[in-house]
Design a protein around this ligand. Sequence first.
Ligand code: IFM
Length: 437
Amino acid sequence: MPDFPADFRWGVSTSAYQIEGATAADGRGPSIWDTFAREPGRIVDASTGDEACDHYHRYAEDTALLAGLGVSAYRFSIAWPRVQPTGAGPANAAGLDFYDRLVDGLLAAGVDPVATLFHWDLPQALEDAGGWLNRDTAARFAEYADLTAARLGDRVKLWITLNEPFVHMSLGHGMGVHAPGRVLLFDAFPVAHHQLLGHGLAVAALRARTTSPVAIANNYSPVRLAGDTDADRAAAAAYDALHNRLFTDPLLGLGYPDAPGFDPAVVRDGDLDVVAAPIDVLGVNYYNPTGIRAPEEGSPLPFEIVPLDGYPRTAFDWPVAPDGLRELLLHLRDRYGDALPPIQVTESGCAYDDVPDADGRVHDPERIAYLDGHVRAVHEAIGAGVPVTGYFVWSLLDNWEWAEGFTKRFGLVHVDYPTQRRTPKSSYTWFRDLVRR
Ligand code: IFM
């Protein structure tokens, strides 16, 4: 492996609902995922995050795993319904106490706390009032950011406002396969704008409470053209605008792109200035490229997503394409130029069907190969002049993978869910050695 700068930030990521469990502890209110997971047919194995990895009670053991890994940072998310059980009103001190203990434990272990404020677990009470379709949710989000930073702002080293607002809009509100399960197709656009408005308002709230840097974590997927007609190229441009530009162009001051479903009516005077509040870091989550061609006639979509041939595949059937990471980093640099802040890859990882062997060890050579390729892709992008300053593996632990329940394992650490026993996989050792070097 080639050398990285000495101050490069190596980390791992998780999110609250996927690992914490303890969904009724210490006054936490229900979130949209508690509701959604209970609806028949929503989650492939009919599981919920009620227990997940029981991290709420085992955070000290998990912090020891982070210390053993030697990472300089840990990206976790804060559950809004722990801080504000109904999404409004004063802070629930007992909920914040948990993150207080976690943050102090991380600092004592020499690991920088990196906190995401919204990783999809909206308080159910806010959803009942319209959720992200309701402009007021953006203001509520800023209030929650303020309460959280008032307690943790002196110790969190990097704040991330939103995680993958594109995925929350498209899977949660466009297609209904994630919470809250709305099927609005392109009428989901207000969810994009209100999340971005909430981001901008939260940036201002954070700036008033902390001098730590502020970021957002977007998901990107380079488009692979599966056809060579003008219609195919138009379809690819439409998909690229929706997935890769809708949440980045306005953040970096370019306004909204001409994306399918874009509805100027929800954008009020002054909103774009709020959305474009300067950020210190752009978080990049990358998993795979997307194959696109022109849609069949009569399709409600302006593009068709097609499987990509010729790549190895993960247990999620996602193509393994490290070159896509290098390509997207170069594209970001080329598209945004001087407006692009330093980038940290805030998620990169893969699911495989990892099973302990007869000795209880978990060997995951595919994950090692996957991470090796993606880390090299980052190095190449840095060499080509892209300002990348960090890389976080998704995920520290096997965890509850949304609609896939417990069926997809992304961790460097295997979790045996019935016993909650943690077993570092061979990829944990590999990543530890990489970080040490
Ligand atoms: O598990 C998710 C995470 O919550 C958001 N980014 C993608 C991961 C893998 O699907």
